[in-house]
Design a protein around this ligand. Structure first.
Ligand SMILES: Nc1ncnc2c1ncn2[C@@H]1O[C@H](COP(=O)(O)OP(=O)(O)OP(=O)(O)O)[C@@H](O)[C@H]1O
Ligand SMILES: [Mg+2]
Length: 234
């Protein structure tokens, strides 16, 4: 079996539910992501990361430009946020964007995986919006890209990113470098050969295996540094 965390293995049904203290999916298709006030605020899921994620999601929505045009909004939308006084928990409640690409790959063997719609344009639209807003997203991986039942793809998890404020050449260079479209044939070839996958197989299912150092293949730097790699997640 693949080494995926428990909540992901629960995704073998149609809908995914996360039974986890820090993340819940309610019946109205709303995800509640919790952060803890009383730990080091800079730790993942600490108070500062709560504000960071909340603000960037709102910022993305406010500045969203639908280009190339797609039929859905490709990031989570914040529905509400707040603090539970007794438990010191901070929560962002946001739209549910579907199962993530790894969970979708788990469904492949039963041929229940979801096929994306308007795939290329969605990837391009996501990248354009990050770039236009000077956001260096730093957590590219299959767990952070979701697909819903309509085949709509979204980028989630804004826990790790940098926002480049200065318009200096150095910053512009970093943004351009991150999002420049590579030779897609070459990129695809490198992914497929890294996970020893033939063209007729499903890349992410193969990437669920570990590499020789015991790390999950889809977390390898090849995947992690390639925004356009989203094109091969589904
Ligand atoms: N808005 C959303 N829509 C659909 N699924 C979501 C959403 N937010 C979170 N999830 C699911 O919960 C998982 C964990 O959420 P998220 O990645 O935001 O948290 P995290 O603690 O930063 O995780 P990690 O450190 O593992 O990347 C995601 O991989 C995804 O499957
Ligand atoms: Mg994540």
């Amino acid at each position: 079996m693949f080494s995926v965390s428990k909540h992901m293995l629960k995704s073998k049904g149609v809908r995914t539910t996360y039974y986890n203290r820090n993340l819940t999916l309610d019946t109205d298709n709303i995800i509640h992501k919790n952060f803890i006030k009383n730990i080091n605020p800079d730790k993942p899921r600490g108070e500062n990361t709560f504000y960071k994620e909340l603000n960037i999601l709102k910022f993305l929505e406010k500045n969203f430009v639908n280009k190339p045009k797609i039929d859905h909004y490709p990031f989570p939308k914040v529905i509400s946020h707040g603090e539970t006084r007794e438990s010191g928990k901070l929560t962002i409640s946001m739209t549910f964007c579907g199962i993530n690409a790894i969970e979708n790959a788990c469904l492949y063997s039963e041929k229940k995986n979801i096929i994306p719609t308007n795939y290329y344009n969605t990837v391009e639209c996501i990248i354009n919006n990050l770039k236009n807003n000077s956001i260096l997203y730093l957590d590219w991986k299959g767990d952070n890209v979701c697909i819903n039942k309509y085949g709509h793809i979204s980028l989630i998890d804004f826990g790790r990113f940098k926002i480049l404020k200065e318009e200096s050449r150095k910053y512009r260079y970093r943004l351009d470098k991150m999002y420049a479209k590579p030779d897609l044939n070459e990129l695809k070839k490198s992914f497929f050969s890294y996970v020893s996958c033939s063209e007729s197989e499903f890349l992410l299912e193969k990437a669920l295996l570990r590499d020789k150092d015991g790390r999950l293949k889809w977390k390898h730097k090849l995947f992690k540094r390639a925004p356009w790699g989203m094109l091969y997640y589904f």
